[in-house]
Write a protein that binds this ligand. Structure first.
Ligand code: ZN
Length: 238
């Protein structure tokens, strides 16, 4: 067991190192391990009164569990030349065009990416984020109009626990990974969050509103459950 510094630590499983990120959390009640399905980082959460040494001992005792969690994650899909993906419901392929000086652009189901290969994955992700931000803002406002609600702002993030969220002030947050889901699924998450502008709960009335806005909502929920790991497997980092 090796404690490098306050932020990082390492435990071992059958002689192989596993890097941990250590997070102090004054509100945490007990030592906890998290394996990020998007980041693939192993995080050791330490409550205020638990020493780093004790936390790392705990993580070491769970090394087999950590390895199992990491092994259960699907293989990373790093954006690359020739890759097929669904972009806002359109079956598309990524195409690298190193000499073109146009950034990233979309034409006839091809996501064209110029520049060096080492920037390609990040550029594709940024493109998906930007396009989804524009689409989601438009769709959210259109959906909100139907129920006389008001969307102030839509922020696109890499959320890991929820696909979307909504504040009382009309601020929606959505995962950029929804750009890779079928359109009716992305539209459902948008409708779900917009419905919260009227009903800040998951009551019967809320679900009735969702059904009005998104008749296929049950199918969309099922799709998300079944394909969550698939959406989280996309990555811009090697
Ligand atoms: Zn909800």
């Amino acid at each position: 067991m090796n404690v490098a510094d306050k932020q990082e630590a390492t435990v071992y499983f059958e002689g192989r190192p596993i890097d941990l990120t250590v997070e102090r959390n004054n509100r945490a009640r007990r030592v906890r391990l998290k394996v990020g399905r998007a980041s693939r980082r192993v995080v050791l959460v330490l409550p205020r009164l638990v020493s780093l040494k004790r936390g790392v001992e705990f993580a070491q005792s769970k090394a087999g569990w950590i390895v199992g969690q990491l092994a259960a994650l699907p293989e990373k899909r790093i954006f690359q030349d020739g890759m097929s993906l669904s972009f806002l419901g359109r079956e598309s392929v990524v195409h690298h065009s190193p000499a073109a000086k146009r950034g990233v652009w979309y034409d006839q189901n091809v996501i064209w990416v110029s520049g060096k290969e080492e920037h390609l994955a990040r550029r594709v992700r940024d493109f998906l984020k930007k396009e989804f931000a524009a689409y989601a803002l438009h769709k959210a406002r259109e959906t909100a109009n139907k129920i006389k609600a008001r969307v102030q702002k839509v922020t696109i993030r890499d959320t890991t626990s929820r696909w979307g969220s909504c504040s009382r002030t009309g601020h929606l947050s959505l995962s950029w990974r929804l750009a890779l889901a079928p359109l009716f699924v992305a539209d459902y998450v948008i409708a779900h969050e917009v419905a919260h502008l009227i009903q800040m709960n998951h009551s019967v009335a809320f679900w009735r509103l969702v059904a009005d806005l998104s008749p296929d909502y049950k199918k969309a929920e099922q799709w998300l459950k079944k394909n969550a790991a698939y959406l989280y497997s996309f990555s811009a980092e090697i």
